[in-house]
Design a protein around this ligand. Structure first.
Ligand code: HEC
Ligand code: HEC
Length: 300
């Protein structure tokens, strides 16, 4: 029996949709990506080649410091080496403020190719991955103010990505303000080893959620500059004043814009948010009830 025309059309439409979805959901180390592109997307937010330390060590001539077999295994599963108590890995971790290199899902072949690339680039006088050597211009108050606007959503990110505030908090007058899906960012500039490292991190965020949001909608250079200015300020200021900068931002120009943006993204994110937040909200409620009981008990 012949399938009616319209159904066939629906079927091929469905197949096309499925294929599109499949292609869109391919992992970041997708097929057909050259090793250079792969390195750029997955490694340069933490490593430079010849330009000094970022979050991780400078990778120039790393093969002269450590043998290839060890490095291959380390790149494939950094945490395993650290968990196993490997002395060299522990020393690297200590030098990186305790940060453990993220595990990028790759096979042995890709790890070998990455080391080949690092070896070849190390031989060049200046690798394209040496990073910027431009002198760092001091941040201005207007940079910080722009950072607040972007963080809160008062000014929309050019790519249309949701504002940081929907998932992150920074400390406001001692209390955390903002979303809870991501970590509190008050001290992030120190944690991620300063202005340059944080800039690199934000231009290609290596972690799962951040990558899923910002890889298709990258932050622009001037936006990163302003956000890093803000985090530089919150890390340096006393917790209260960092918070006040943000609270003022929210009160004066944040709230309206944030609500609009949150509503616009509501449809897209709500399923996820609810799923994540409900247990969080419940546990927060439990905690605060416990605290109250505790306080009352203490006073009496
Ligand atoms: C989130 C930051 C981050 C990302 C992304 C990252 N690394 Fe690392 N890398 C580190 C840190 C930090 C260390 C030091 C060891 C530790 O603390 O885990 C390290 C160590 C290394 C080392 C050993 C360096 C030495 O001096 O012996 C190599 C090689 C390396 N990384 C390669 C890579 C490659 C290749 C990629 C991309 C696939 C990558 N890294 C992505 C943070 C990162
Ligand atoms: C949809 C939620 C979401 C949005 C929006 C979001 N983040 Fe994140 N962010 C996360 C989560 C979750 C993490 C934890 C790591 C991960 O899973 O990616 C994170 C981690 C980070 C980290 C690393 C923190 C650390 O201590 O390691 C930085 C920096 C960061 N985000 C900055 C930003 C900035 C700046 C914005 C706004 C431009 C932003 N994020 C918007 C969810 C989000």
């Amino acid at each position: 029996m012949k399938t009616p025309y319209s159904i066939t059309r629906h079927k091929s439409f469905a197949t096309a949709m499925l294929l599109t979805l499949l292609i869109a959901s391919l992992p970041a180390n997708g097929f057909g990506q050259t090793v250079k592109e792969f390195f750029k997307v997955n490694c340069t937010s933490c490593h430079k080649l010849g330009g000094g330390r970022l979050i991780g060590p400078d990778l120039k001539n790393v093969l002269e410091r450590k043998d290839r077999a060890w490095l291959t295994e380390f790149i494939m599963n950094p945490k395993a080496k650290i968990d196993a108590g490997d002395e060299y890995a522990l020393k690297l971790q200590k030098e990186a403020n305790g940060i453990i290199m993220i595990t990028v899902p790759i096979d042995r072949k890709r790890a070998e190719e990455l080391l080949d690339l690092i070896e070849a680039e190390s031989k060049l006088e200046t690798s394209e991955f040496a990073g910027t050597t431009a002198p760092l211009i001091p941040f201005t108050d207007s940079d910080v103010a722009h950072g607040v606007e972007l963080f809160t959503g008062a000014t929309r990110l050019k790519s249309g990505a949701p504002p940081c505030l929907s998932c992150h908090s920074t400390n406001g007058s001692g209390a955390a303000m903002g979303g809870n899906l991501g970590p509190n960012l008050t001290q992030v500039s120190e944690r991620l080893m300063g202005r340059e490292a944080l800039t690199a991190w934000l231009s290609a965020p290596p972690t799962a959620t951040m990558q899923s949001v910002f890889k298709p909608h990258p932050l622009e250079t001037d936006e990163i500059h302003a956000l890093v200015a803000l985090f530089d300020k919150t890390a340096k200021s006393a917790p209260e004043s960092g918070g006040i900068v943000l609270w003022m931002g929210v009160i004066f120009y944040g709230l309206g814009g944030t609500l609009v943006v949150l509503m616009a993204f509501g449809g897209f994110w709500s399923g996820r948010f609810r799923a994540v937040r409900r247990p969080m909200v419940n546990s927060a409620k439990l905690k605060s009830t416990k605290n109250k009981t505790g306080k009352l008990g203490g006073k009496s």
